[in-house]
Write a protein that binds this ligand. Structure first.
Ligand code: ATP
Length: 454
């Protein structure tokens, strides 16, 4: 692992975005809606140093695979620059591109899909040598194939040469895929969920092998995984992605133990410490990952964040603000249970709507003590009088069908910087994070890459 002092960048990603233009669906066309591109990767900055294992983590759909494919040039960026060993990969000559395709390899999640079922192990592994014109004839190439198969633990290699993928176990197939990537002696390997399709019992063996091969072949890795235990075990540095953004990065130990971003904290809180089978804590986040075609304003994580920032003049608790803000969001999405109001109940309609609308849909371990069965005791919340009055008045409007008045009131009363402004990436020592909470505490407030789109 390269230390801070001998940091030697191999891959430099600067302000890179990748948008996928989706053709309109029939319904959208009929409604005359503009097609919205998917912002799979958004203004990403990342440097990977020679000899490091960089991890990319985040929930499904956050753009990890797209970023990996950009780095091996399976996609071109819509914006921004990717430099490999100092050279812009979109401006390579034909010969430089050939060399790039040899030096940079990718290992995919599913070895069944990445290996041609009609090719033997020998044919699969020798193919990259032929394509790259490496080796001096059949005998020399066969020697190289045998050597790499032995290196990846398929030994004696001769026993595997004539096998087809379907005759191999999942672990053996992934080892063939690794051999196919390594036979051309690359410098940089992108590993996209390389063990997630494998039986749990053999994952550690494959990961340890990959670590050994890193030394032996002098590799730099990018490890993409949603599995944070794997990230913690394998990676020197880690970047966390959310809806196409890198929201935090730094040394893995800092990112795990001194998370600056509430999303990172929630992700790692949900990982069991030692026992992989121990009961998992679930994260203190509300809702699902939003549609990347229509990402939230400000900080993209704010609609789910446990630490959403109240306005400066807020006199109640942060928890109360979080609830009032969620009430506002639910009102905007027409998601409050106005229809469920029971006219026969003793409590007024407004009380009923507040009691259900101020609950947070959270895993049990994060629930407020005054919360049960989808309702909360509003009196037990530290809600300022003025805010409660605004909520009551908005609830009345909603019950009477005056959505516009309700939203005007809620929008005026429950404002947060998290919704209004995209946080800039700030650096503190070696750690970088994009969170308004971190903005005020960062010792080096030099903006790294403000998002120009918001
Ligand atoms: N070729 C494509 N065309 C259109 N949209 C795409 C394409 N590839 C990815 N996307 C979209 O881009 C976003 C990011 O996808 P990506 O596969 O990079 O995420 P991921 O974090 O790797 O997820 P997973 O772990 O599920 O593979 C998703 O919304 C996805 O639907």
């Amino acid at each position: 692992m390269a230390s801070e002092h001998d940091a030697d960048p191999l891959v430099e990603i600067e302000n890179v975005s990748k948008l996928f233009d989706l053709s309109q669906g029939v319904v959208d066309r009929l409604l005359g809606k503009e097609p919205q591109p998917v912002r799979a990767v958004q203004n990403v900055d990342l440097t990977i140093n020679r000899g490091d294992i960089m991890g990319i983590a985040g929930e499904s759909g956050c753009g990890k695979t797209t970023l990996g494919k950009l780095l091996v040039k399976l996609y071109d960026p819509t914006e921004g620059t990717i430099r490999f060993d100092g050279r812009d990969v979109t401006k390579l000559s034909r010969e430089d591109e050939r060399v790039f395709r040899q030096r940079v390899q990718m290992i995919f999640q599913d070895p069944f899909e990445s290996l041609n079922p009609r090719m033997t192990v020998f044919q699969s592994v020798v193919e990259p040598l032929k394509i790259n014109d490496i080796g001096d004839g059949y005998r020399d190439r066969k020697e190289q194939v045998v050597e790499v198969l032995n290196d990846v633990g398929l030994s004696p290699a001769e026993a595997y040469l004539n096998e087809f993928p379907k005759e191999l176990s999942g672990g053996e197939r992934q080892r063939v895929a690794i051999a196919r990537a390594l036979v051309v002696n690359p410098d940089f390997v992108v590993c996209d969920e390389p063990v997630s399709m494998l039986d749990v019992s053999i994952r550690a063996g494959v990961l340890n092998l990959m670590k050994e091969l890193q030394d032996e072949y002098g590799l730099t890795y990018l490890f993409i995984s949603h599995d944070l235990s794997l990230i913690r075990y394998m990676c020197d540095r880690t970047a966390i992605m959310y809806l196409g953004d890198i929201i935090e990065q730094g040394s893995t130990s800092d990112v795990v133990t001194k998370s600056k971003h509430p999303y990172t904290e929630a992700l790692f809180d949900a990982v069991p410490e030692i026992e992989p089978d121990a009961e998992r804590h679930r994260a203190n986040v509300t809702g699902e990952v939003p549609d990347p075609r229509n990402p939230p304003s400000g900080c993209r994580f704010h609609p789910r964040c446990a630490k959403i920032i109240p306005p400066e003049d807020w006199t109640g608790s942060q928890d109360a603000f979080r609830r009032a803000f969620q009430f506002k969001r639910r009102a905007a999405m027409d998601d409050l249970e106005v229809e469920e109001i029971d006219a026969n109940e003793q409590r007024s309609a407004v009380d009923q709507l507040l009691a259900s609308g101020l609950t947070l849909e959270l895993p049990e371990e994060h629930r407020h003590e005054a919360e049960s069965k989808g309702t909360v005791d509003v009196n037990a919340l530290d809600m300022p009088r003025r805010a409660e009055n605004a909520l009551r008045s908005a609830a009345r409007d909603l019950i009477e069908g005056n959505e516009e008045d309700a939203m005007e009131q809620l929008n005026r009363e429950f404002q947060t910087v998290c919704e209004q402004r995209h946080p800039e990436l700030r650096q503190s020592g070696d750690q970088i994070a994009a969170c308004h909470l971190f903005e005020s505490s960062a010792s080096n407030p030099e903006a790294v890459a403000p998002d120009a789109s918001d």
